[in-house]
Design a binder for this molecule. Structure first.
Ligand code: NAD
Ligand code: UD1
Length: 353
């Protein structure tokens, strides 16, 4: 069994990825400082898979902590999810974002190097394409950043590229996610944003469940078929499976030791199409009003997912209706996310290191 260190593994994408890692025969070892998550997600992973996840609370900026984890477990590779991800907050708090995302990543890569673990999958984002001149977006399109969050992703990609130039023993996969949505089919785990959500899907589902009165649709006059913004929404379970394929790809001859790949479906849906699909899934009317554009938003963004298919043998399986059905199952079953069950977490192994 290969141990995979999953940083940020108690979070939204990380917890779903733990399930797929287990299904593929890997053993996830989760580290997380719980700044945006709860170990209840890992309790639920145990409920779904029947397997207890090894969890160690700690911060990727803590070199001693990382060394102790690498020494205790024989780590085959790292999937690095840990980071902060709110664009607006990053504009207000750039120090916090550069410290957590960039300094945290450097501390992690340095610890990997010291402990001779040189295999990593990194969570990048389609945000690195800025406002693309055309769609669909290919991996060789120009990259740029318009806010500290995006800059942190771009910079970490560049740091990893430099590390590879200095030492070609590294295996590095840079995964550029489009818009992750949805939840595990069990309805036991899903996205649990802190406070009022910034992203579309958790806001729509919050309206459907009665938490918010109506959705503000940011802009109705974009050059898109119905005037609202178009994005490439990808089911989180598809995304999680992409991480397993990304790890396995290092053992095939189809990828270079350093590769960059889009994880998207290749299909763009507008805000109003998402509202309609969610209304069907939930059987609820989703009230909305069109308001001014959100600063920094672009009209249209969707992936060309060809390379992921060629290199990783990965392709998204789930469509828009499953994304909405699964989000609704999670949201209606857990209107307050994980908070409602906040009890001592006896099922999670607390490893003292
Ligand atoms: P999330 O907030 O649910 O998960 C991130 C996890 O990292 C959280 O559990 C948090 O507690 C943990 N964490 C943060 N800083 C840490 C630190 N210094 N040390 C240890 N743990 C720390 O977010 P997510 O949606 O699961 O995103 C995972 C990754 O994917 C992030 O890097 C994010 O930037 C990236 N990403 C997310 C999206 C998205 O829309 N969800 C899109 C593109 C890229
Ligand atoms: C946002 C981030 C991006 C990040 C991504 C995933 C910004 C500018 N961009 O992307 O960097 O990688 O999340 O975390 O924040 N919308 C509404 N009403 C809402 C919320 C959203 O109309 O209440 C619209 C947006 O204008 C957009 C679409 O829905 O057209 C999707 O928005 P969102 O879910 O926030 O994702 P992105 O803007 O693509």
């Amino acid at each position: 069994m290969k141990n995979i260190l999953v940083t940020g593994g108690a979070g939204y994408i990380g917890s779903h990825t733990c399930i797929e890692l287990l299904a593929a025969g890997y053993t996830p070892i989760v580290i997380d400082n719980l700044c945006n998550s709860s170990t209840i997600s890992l309790d639920k992973v145990k409920q779904i898979t029947g397997k207890k996840i090894t969890f160690i609370e700690g911060d990727v900026r803590d070199a001693k902590f990382l060394d102790s984890v690498f020494k205790k477990f024989n780590i085959y590779g790292v999937i690095h999810f840990a980071g902060l991800k709110a664009v607006g907050e990053s504009v207000e708090e750039p120090f916090m974002y550069y410290d957590n995302n960039i300094a945290g990543s450097i501390c992690l890569f340095d610890a990997m190097n010291r402990n001779n673990v040189k295999r990593i999958i990194f969570s990048s984002s389609a945000t690195v394409y800025g406002d693309p001149a055309t769609v669909p977006i290919k991996e060789d399109f120009p990259v740029s950043a318009t806010n500290p969050y995006g800059r942190s992703k771009l910079h970490i990609e560049e740091i990893l590229q430099d590390i590879y130039v200095s030492d070609d023993q590294w295996n590095i996969g840079l995964l550029r996610y489009f818009n992750p949505v949805g939840a595990h089919k069990s309805g036991l785990i899903g996205e649990d944003p802190n406070g009022i959500p910034n992203n579309l899907m958790p806001y729509i589902s919050g309206v459907a469940v009665g938490k918010y009165k109506e959705l503000s649709v940011f802009g109705g006059n974009y050059p898109t078929p119905d005037g609202t913004g178009v994005r490439d929404y990808i089911h989180v379970v598809d995304l999680a499976k992409g991480h397993v394929k990304a790890l396995q790809a290092f053992e095939s001859s189809k990828v270079d030791n350093l590769y960059t790949v889009n994880l998207g479906t290749g299909i763009g849906y507008s805000v109003l199409e998402m509202v309609k699909a969610f209304s069907t899934a939930s059987n609820k009317k989703i009230a909305y009003k069109i308001v001014a554009r959100r600063s920094g938003d672009i009209a249209c963004c969707y992936a060309d997912p060809t390379l992921a298919k060629e290199m990783l043998g990965w392709q998204a399986q789930y469509g828009i209706q499953e994304m909405c059905d699964d989000t609704w199952r999670w949201q209606s079953g857990n209107p307050d996310g994980y908070k409602v069950n906040a009890e001592p977490h006896l099922m999670v192994e607390d490893v003292t290191v």
